[in-house]
Design a protein around this ligand. Structure first.
Ligand code: ATP
Length: 512
């Protein structure tokens, strides 16, 4: 094989992200004792048909919390939930509930219950019987019986059902045909059915996804109230960031099967750990910058004071500035950047404006309106500049020299100087972000790939593409590409650096 797939490099990346994640967990106010965690997910990997959907993921979930798994479609949220529920088995890793491993325990024996987006109610049963379904099968310990357990009595079942229906606001609906209920009511029946068996953990897979916006908002509040009343752990899946921020004690932001950040909603918004989280959560201005020294950040040709320290001198970083944190005033010369308003839209309680300054289109929100064409100044106070470590600064692959000035990696043979190497040598290939070119037509590139992300970083777009050999390429480009665009990938070989590949050394490094 002329290359090792992404695993080695992915592990390096995962390592960085995990460390950050662990750091974020400590943002919770109370110090965590091990016993606080009702669920421990340790090193879970899930591979479907050769594709890694969850990549060495670890997470602790505290008892009684409302935890939301948030991320774009396909990032692996539902898969993680299904692994906890027992509908899927991990490829590797283990999940513990209350300290006990559960991988070999079937779903119905786990102390969890799931509410799905599609309510999955029995259409031929009324509300009462739908909720009763799980209870009729339930066995409770009874030392007076020979078997050590017994089934619930009719009265016990009825009491439990009535309590559950009351909790979801459907006290008098027991006799109703489920088909006669609205979407919101059907969803409540599904929730009642899940909580009636008194699970320790309730898993909710986009339970509000099928509801219209108004009902969805109402149900969000109701679910939160139910969580408080029940006092059990909720693990909620959504791709809606507003929903996640509104409802949760803790938000777990995921992308491509990897946890990006675990924190309270406010920290996720105010202190995003990387450019992905910043972009995914709310409106942001994301820029690239250089940390000149402690408390000094340079971007868009200016050097500004910030509140961050501890970076390497001149380390490249990502910067997030929220639109509501930028102070805008009329005329030039009043702030850090002089600009011109491009567009201005009233959003109900504030104006949202695009302001062109230093060749960057800032998004700015203000109570005061500045009209299109107006000259303005933008001031950015130290507190509002959020600095984030760049996860990767260069693309790195393992390849093989296949001839004079030819190196094979990521499923293609690329042209580049191979001085000092011989045909057959294994090499580490370092490809700067600005050495990659994307082409509209796949056939114009050396290999084909799919665009997975496009982030505007001030003066350029940082685009991420995923190759057919399971590798990521990051590209700095002036062009915007849409997620899911199929593109060709070319490389400017003159900018690439080769290094001898030493499997022992590089794999040890990756495993550490
Ligand atoms: P969404 O918000 O769209 O539901 P998600 O984050 O919940 O997305 P998952 O449903 O966990 O994502 O899917 C993650 C990836 O795993 C997707 O690419 C999906 O196609 C794939 N996948 C999930 N289940 C299976 C399966 N049983 N067989 C093969 N691939 C699967």
């Amino acid at each position: 094989m002329d290359l090792l797939p992404a695993q080695l490099l992915r592990k390096e990346e995962t390592k960085v992200k995990e460390n950050k994640t662990i750091g974020a967990v400590t943002e919770a106010p109370a110090p965590q004792r091990k016993s606080d965690n009702i669920i421990e997910i340790k090193g879970i990997t899930k591979v479907f048909d050769g594709v890694t959907v969850l990549d060495d993921l670890s997470l602790g979930i505290k008892r009684g919390q409302f935890v939301t798994l948030l991320g774009p479609s396909g990032c692996g949220k539902t898969t993680l939930l299904r692994l906890i529920a027992g509908f899927e088995t991990p490829t590797s890793g283990e999940i513990y509930i209350e300290g006990a491993p559960i991988t070999s325990i079937p779903p119905y024996k786990r102390p969890v219950n799931t509410v799905f987006q599609k309510y999955a109610l029995f259409p031929h049963l009324n509300v009462f019987k739908n909720v009763a379904f799980g209870l009729k099968l339930k066995k409770i310990p009874d030392p007076t019986r020979k078997k050590g357990y017994r089934k619930l009595t009719k009265k016990e079942i009825a009491d439990k059902i009535n309590r559950a229906l009351k909790l979801v606001g459907l006290d008098d609906y027991g006799h109703r045909d489920v088909n006669s209920l609205s979407g919101g009511q059907q969803q409540r029946v599904a929730i009642a059915r899940a909580i009636v068996c008194e699970p320790k953990v309730l898993l909710l897979d986009e339970p509000l996804g099928a509801l219209d916006l108004k009902l969805r908002k109402e149900m969000q509040l109701e679910l939160k109230k139910m969580h408080e009343d029940l006092g059990i752990t909720f693990i909620f899946v959504t791709h809606d960031q507003e929903e996640a921020l509104t409802m949760s004690d803790v938000v777990v932001v995921m992308n491509e099967g990897i946890i990006q950040q675990v924190a309270r909603p406010k920290s996720i918004y105010d202190e995003p750990k990387n450019a992905f989280v910043a972009d995914f959560i709310g409106e942001s201005n994301i820029l690239s910058g250089v940390m000149e020294k402690d408390f000094k950040i340079a971007f868009l040709g200016k050097s500004l004071t910030c509140v961050d320290k501890g970076f390497e001198k001149n380390e490249k970083v990502d910067i997030v500035i929220r639109p509501e944190d930028i102070r805008i005033s009329a005329g030039h010369g009043q702030g850090h950047f002089d600009g011109e308003v491009l567009t201005s839209v009233f959003k109900g309680t504030y104006y949202e404006m695009d302001v062109l300054a230093s060749d960057y289109e800032f998004t700015v929100q203000s109570q005061t309106e500045y009209r299109s064409g107006e000259k303005v100044s933008l001031e950015i106070v130290p507190d509002s500049i959020h600095i984030m470590k760049k996860i990767l600064t260069i693309n790195k692959y393992i390849g093989k020299v296949t001839g004079e000035n030819a190196v094979s990696f990521c499923g293609g043979e690329f042209e580049m100087p191979t001085d000092g190497f011989e045909t057959g040598d294994e090499v580490l290939v370092y490809v700067p972000f600005d050495a990659v070119e994307l082409t509209d037509y796949e056939s114009d590139g050396v290999i084909g790939a799919n665009v997975t992300q496009s982030l505007y970083k001030g003066t350029y777009y940082q685009v991420q593409v995923y190759t057919d050999t399971d590798e990521d390429f990051y590209i700095d480009t002036a062009d915007e590409w849409d997620p899911d665009d199929r593109v060709g990938v070319k490389i400017d070989g003159a900018k690439v650096r080769l290094e001898k590949y030493d499997p022992d050394k590089d794999e040890t490094e990756a495993a550490e």
